[in-house]
Ligand binder design. Structure first.
Ligand code: GAP
Length: 680
């Protein structure tokens, strides 16, 4: 019986690796020569000795990128182009094979030194994070799958899929929704939990220098006075006096429209303009326009400006200079009165920018006066700072060390927008890494955490080709958060533009020093090594769970056209989520739903694997339809129980990305899932 054999016949690590590798290599023998980016992850140096020379040759001769460990990432990232040169230079296959053997053996020696601690496992998962692969062999006999939508999906594609499949929807929908708040359905909550689980595992459990903490959402209001949030956690906002709409000043963009030939426009109101405009070398503007920030705001503003110019009697063939959009927060005072409200299009309706505190207030206890005011935390970090010394003492950590926290944060955002990207209730995964003071000391830790954060995002499936960096304060230091010495964001090309995904800030000793001052408590750390006391400095990598969620969906979403063997074209939406992140790890299907033996076997297999993974039993509709449903949910593997299963206990395991199937018994499937999902 499958269940019994899988429990009694446990596979050794080496055997499990062999099962998975031989599965991968079997798949690769069907791979066309164009698939040069397939990755094989090698978990231990033992595996090399268990490979036959034929397999090594097949893998390497097809330009497959063999990965050995995190340390070699940068080197091996360049391996594929180097290999092509190598193929050109070494013409005979025998010579190539000999050279590859030498190369592999040298790497094996080096790798045995680096294969300790969590790196080996993390490296394996890092490298198993394939870019959505092109199909190797489709379900039809001679089918080929073509990715027809590889570019960033549109926002509405993501939102529709989220709603259709039960990932995310607006909160309180039956009452017409509440802006800036979201509920997560069965798939969404699994995906969110997996993000948090992976972060905790990689940032806390697999590191010896980080411990965890969980703090209350409401703390003493003194915490927020000391941290500067009561006085400084504000965004500049403007109101439209007519429509009563409120906007964040840096999300409203304005521009003046000028004639190309430098002559002045006809609008007497616009032409009464400022010295700023006059000194810019243009004639008087034809008109002003304003738009809200969006990916296509320049096109919107241009269309608006042309319409306005026409209404002002400008000739049809008039030519204009390209619009220069600038945010309202930096608009010169004397131009302000000319900028129209984005709500009404009328000038003179916008108030001057005023600071608006983003913290949600509540009242604690029976009293309703000001003494009862408390705040919902706008960042989880302050709980770490106020607990710093007690955690350090109880866990006996020595600097440098970190404290990690995952929890909800609340901000009364003036303009929540772009789905879950900017919401009023969200979750943060924050880590404060305490380091010795010093003007230069923090830079190396800041760089390390930037690299670690980047690698982690890639390891869970965020598409690195869509990621970038943004260093705050290079043009204007005043734009840095009130606590930060420096801050670099990792950005992501969301469907609405390149925006902050997470940030790594150097907070200096600002927070702990403030808490020491306001509480009157000594918050100094005693450093035994240097026999000195000091307030440590801090590096803070801070991730928003929802932004990682959205970046993962954007990276994973694709539409593929499949030619089936019957010649009919088919289309599938697939979420190529990494197996460790996918909400459902495996679909379990009986081939037909009216055969009691197949159904019973499938249900048993489902129950067995559900002990460890979130699996889905599906018996409705054709196998093809069940695969499509699983593809849309991001389920990486589907096991189908058929008549052969009843004879030999093997099931067909179908891979979501390659659409390849292979047969495995329960033991092999268990080992396979463990390696693919958990990385070991
Ligand atoms: N403790 C530092 C801090 O809170 P932040 O840049 O304001 O810094 C950190 O926020 C991260 O939290 C951001 O990079 C983003 O991922 C997430 N975040 C911030 N505001 C958010 C919002 N309104 N909705 C969703 N995520 C948000």
């Amino acid at each position: 019986m499958w269940a019994q054999s899988s429990i009694t016949g446990r596979l050794s690590l080496r055997e499990r690796e062999r099962v998975c590798l031989s599965h991968t290599l079997t798949t690769l023998t069907h791979t066309s020569h164009t698939h040069t980016h397939t990755h094989i992850h090698i978990l231990s140096h033992h595996i090399l000795s268990s490979l036959s020379s034929t397999w090594i040759f097949i893998a390497v001769d097809r330009g497959i990128h063999i990965e050995f460990g995190l340390i070699w990432r940068h080197l091996l990232d360049r391996a594929v182009p180097v290999y092509h040169v190598y193929r050109m230079l070494v013409k005979t296959t025998f010579c190539r094979l000999v050279i590859v053997w030498i190369f592999v053996n040298i790497f094996d020696k080096v790798c045995s030194f680096t294969m300790f601690s969590g790196y080996r496992i993390t490296a394996a998962r890092y490298f198993s994070c394939r870019q959505p692969s092109f199909a190797l062999k489709t379900e039809g006999k001679a089918g080929v799958s073509t990715v027809i939508q590889k570019q960033t999906p549109k926002m509405e594609d993501i939102v529709n899929l989220c709603k259709k499949k039960g990932f995310v929807h607006q909160s309180s929908e039956i009452y017409g929704s509440i802006t800036g708040f979201y509920d997560y359905g069965p798939l969404g909550v699994e995906l969110k939990n997996n993000i948090k689980k992976m972060w905790w595992r990689d940032m806390v459990q697999r590191r010896g220098d980080v411990v965890g903490l969980d703090c209350s959402i409401i703390s003493s209001p003194d915490v927020w006075r000391a941290s500067g949030h009561v006085s400084s956690f504000a965004d500049p906002m403007v109101d439209c006096k007519k429509s009563k709409m409120r906007y964040r000043a840096d999300t409203v963009f304005w521009a003046a429209l000028y004639r190309e030939d430098g002559t002045s426009g006809p609008d007497s109101d616009a032409s009464s303009t400022s010295e700023n405009i006059k000194s810019s070398g243009h004639g008087d503007p034809v008109c002003y326009v304003s738009v809200l920030e969006s990916a296509n705001m320049l096109e919107t503003a241009t269309a608006l400006a042309q319409k306005k110019a026409k209404a002002l009697g400008e000739p049809k063939n008039a030519r204009y200079k390209p619009l220069q959009l600038t945010d309202l927060a930096s608009a010169p005072e004397d131009v302000y009165a000319h900028i129209p409200s984005p709500a009404t299009g009328e000038a003179g309706q916008l108030t001057a920018p005023r600071d608006f505190n983003l913290m949600f207030q509540t009242k604690v206890g029976a009293l309703t006066d000001d003494s009862a005011v408390a705040y919902l935390r706008p960042e989880s970090a302050q709980g770490i700072f106020t607990n710093f010394l007690s955690v350090q003492k109880t866990s006996r950590m020595k600097i440098p060390f970190g404290i990690a926290h995952i929890g909800k944060a609340f901000r009364n955002e003036i303009t929540p927008r772009n789905f879950i990207f900017r919401s009023r209730e969200f979750e943060q995964m924050e880590l404060e890494y305490f380091i010795p003071p010093g003007e230069e000391e923090w830079k190396k830790f800041h760089q390390q955490w930037l690299e670690r954060s980047w690698e982690w995002l890639c390891s869970i499936g965020v598409d690195k080709s869509l990621m970038g960096y943004y260093e705050h304060g290079t043009e204007n230091r005043a734009k840095l958060a009130h606590y930060a010495k420096a801050c670099t964001d990792i950005t992501f090309a969301f469907p609405f533009g390149q925006q902050e995904l997470m940030g790594v800030a150097a907070r200096g000793d600002f927070d702990i020093a403030q808490h020491a001052k306001h509480s009157g408590k000594n918050c100094e750390y005693f450093d035994e090594a240097s026999n000195s006391k000091y307030i440590p400095h801090v590096i803070e990598p801070s991730f928003g769970v929802e932004r990682v969620f959205l970046a993962l969906l954007t990276s994973a979403y694709k539409v593929e056209e499949i030619d089936k063997s019957d010649g009919k074209a088919d289309k599938r939406i697939v979420l190529a989520l990494h197996p460790s992140i996918a909400p459902i790890k495996m679909g379990v299907f009986p081939l037909v739903s009216n055969n009691p033996k197949l159904v019973a076997y499938a249900q048993k297999l489902h129950t067995f694997f559900s002990q460890q993974y979130n699996c889905e039993y599906d018996a409705a509709g054709s196998i093809g339809k069940r695969y499509r449903r699983a593809d849309e949910s991001g389920t990486p593997f589907c096991a189908t129980i058929d008549y052969e299963t009843l004879k030999d206990g093997t099931v067909t395991v179908r891979n979501r990305d390659s659409m390849q199937s292979s047969r495995m018994n329960t033991q092999q499937l268990k080992a396979f899932l463990s390696l693919e999902i958990d990385g070991f």
